[in-house]
Design a protein around this ligand. Structure first.
Ligand SMILES: [Zn+2]
Ligand SMILES: [Zn+2]
Length: 336
């Protein structure tokens, strides 16, 4: 029995008659997390893990018909028992476990196996079939400990502050920006944020995640002495816009898993690249797949073929699964 199949609308559970992260509007949508390529507008009913409800409402509208379900709480629908389990990717991100007539499938959504302090840590879930993302599914992708990366960011910021120039750090507005805020040493100087970042900070704070005080960047203007020591967090789309003019002579950087690739930093045209990802690296993917105990693995997002070949050589039944994920966060290599 296939508990999840690919349909034009998205990943579909035939016995349960619902979709997981559909990319076209459907009646019942189970949402793994609120990144734009997984959570879209227009569905009639939404089901999501409780810690992600605030973000979903902030992004899709307060009026969506959303049923929150706490992690680990089973919900039965047409004989299918569904539960959410932490995916460690962003606040509220969940793996979806489906059990039906003794068969267990898990759809991972996006996941990261290392804990980061801004969301519940990834929890391995045993299953027969595991649908895994594979954004960074190549052996070259190995992340450093996040404490080292934050130390690098702090050192860059400190050096810029000593030289009296603002440090502009580009990062995705939901997830990455809050992780950076949580990890940096806010005693170095004031922290300014773009208008796309602050509403998400507020949802994180309301969920009990400790973030330093942030000021709207628009409260400053060119020549403001505050800017000389400031760290500025902005979404990638702000780069090159008129919004940047107030910073005068600044240093800029980009935080993303793709910064491991020299070419990606050059194409971005930034001074520094910090390799910080909210996705599992190659050892993380292999660890999660092993921990699931699955005999069958379906691979979505990114470097599908390399991971499928690797798992097949190790005796697993592995195959590619066609999806339309990967238009937000680290899922797409930054260009422009
Ligand atoms: Zn994501
Ligand atoms: Zn994704």
């Amino acid at each position: 029995m296939e508990l999840i199949v690919a349909r034009p609308e998205g990943l579909y559970c035939p016995p349960g008659d619902f979709y997981i992260d559909p990319w076209r509007p459907v009646d019942r949508a189970v949402i793994t997390h609120a990144h734009g390529d997984h959570a879209r507008r227009g569905n009639r009913h939404y089901l999501a893990a409780t810690p992600g409800a605030g973000i979903l409402r902030a992004r899709l509208g307060e009026d969506i018909d959303l049923q929150p379900l706490p992690y680990g709480t089973p919900l039965e629908h047409h004989g299918v028992t569904l539960s959410f389990h932490p995916a460690g990717h962003v606040l509220g991100s969940a793996q979806v476990r489906l059990a039906y007539r003794g068969e267990v499938w898990v759809a991972s959504g996006d996941y990261k196996v290392g804990p980061d302090g801004t969301c519940e840590a990834f929890e391995p879930v045993r299953c027969h079939t595991f649908i895994s993302e594979s954004t960074f599914g190549l052996p070259i992708y190995r992340w450093q400990d996040q404490a080292c990366i934050f130390a690098d960011i702090d050192a860059w910021w400190r050096a810029n502050a000593a030289a009296g120039r603002p440090s502009v750090l580009f990062a995705y507005a939901f997830g990455k920006a809050q992780r950076i805020l949580h990890g940096i040493d806010a005693s170095i100087g004031p922290v300014l944020v773009h208008g796309a970042v602050e509403p998400l900070n507020q949802v994180y704070r309301a969920a009990g995640v400790r973030l330093p005080e942030t000021l709207p960047a628009t409260a400053t203007s060119k020549g403001d002495p505050l800017l000389r020591q400031a760290l500025v967090l902005a979404p990638p789309s702000a780069g090159g816009s008129t919004w940047m003019r107030r910073f005068g002579d600044y240093s800029d950087a980009f935080a993303s898993g793709w910064m491991l690739l020299r070419g990606a930093r050059r194409r971005r045209g930034v001074d520094r690249g910090f390799v910080l990802s909210d996705h599992a690296d190659w050892p993380g993917l292999l660890w999660a797949i092993e921990q699931s105990g699955a005999e069958r693995v379906m691979v979505t997002h990114g470097q599908v073929n390399v991971l499928v070949r690797y798992l097949t050589e190790r005796g697993l039944d592995a195959r590619a699964f066609q999806t339309e994920y990967g238009e937000e966060d680290d899922s797409l290599e930054p260009t422009n």
